[in-house]
Design a protein around this ligand. Sequence first.
Ligand code: IPE
Ligand code: IPE
Ligand code: MG
Length: 261
Amino acid sequence: MSLEQILEGIPRGSADEALAREVNFETLPAHIAVIMDGNGRWAAQRHLPRVEGHRAGIESVRAVVETSARLGIRVLTLYAFSVENWKRPAAEVGMLMTLLKRYLRLELDTLNRNNIRFAVIGRTDELAPDVLDELAAGQEATAQNTGMLFNIALNYGGRAEIVDAARRAIEAGVAPAELDERRFSEFLYTAGQPDPDLLIRTSGEMRVSNFLLWQIAYAEIWVTDTLWPDFRRRHLLEAVLAYQKRDRRYGGIKPAAALSR
Ligand code: IPE
Ligand code: IPE
Ligand code: MG
């Protein structure tokens, strides 16, 4: 929302405060998307089972959701489970779903207090009924909120989304001549939302892993070696500050170069 909002939650004199004071609130990313990665490696470093990494990662989710809302980010999308993640052992998949349900139930009050609207993107029809119930309850309970939109990408795949959008466009009877990029984007899960300006990936992996393929066409990518369970407010502020130093050209040329043309 503002510097005051973000400073409210930060200890005076801390390094986070100094970072927050550097943020330009006029040029915030409208949409931040995060590939939360490295939970398994975090656990392995501690000789713990992988699920302990997922459990620890919930604290990072809390920190990022709260910090984003306080900054005044319009949309935050967290990649929680990909269509490819079903390849993992059933016990790990089950635990991820259990943690997600628990997170939603415990966080509803906080989401409401921060005026955050919750939504899910992905092939939700393939999820188990108990997970669907919890997701529906979360969306319903926060539907009236007018602040940040918090998307969880669950059973999400970028290619699957594009195929689903194409199917929906055909079903809606869109004529080929009518179909352009703007019209097509209305059939994506993120219809009506701004595209991510900033894409964050943790754990140092330099790939997009089938995340928001259409929407990240011109996103600024910021990769950190920090593993997801260690990611905190400081890292998000660092990402936003790095983003604000980028020179976004969208295929054009720098304004200075334009002057000397
Ligand atoms: C991210 O951490 C969580 C999900 C993909 C659900 P990982 O579980 O992928 O952790 P690493 O990449 O194996 O360390
Ligand atoms: C990407 O992480 C998916 C999520 C964060 C949900 P993965 O760990 O599944 O990606 P890869 O396998 O390293 O590409
Ligand atoms: Mg991973």
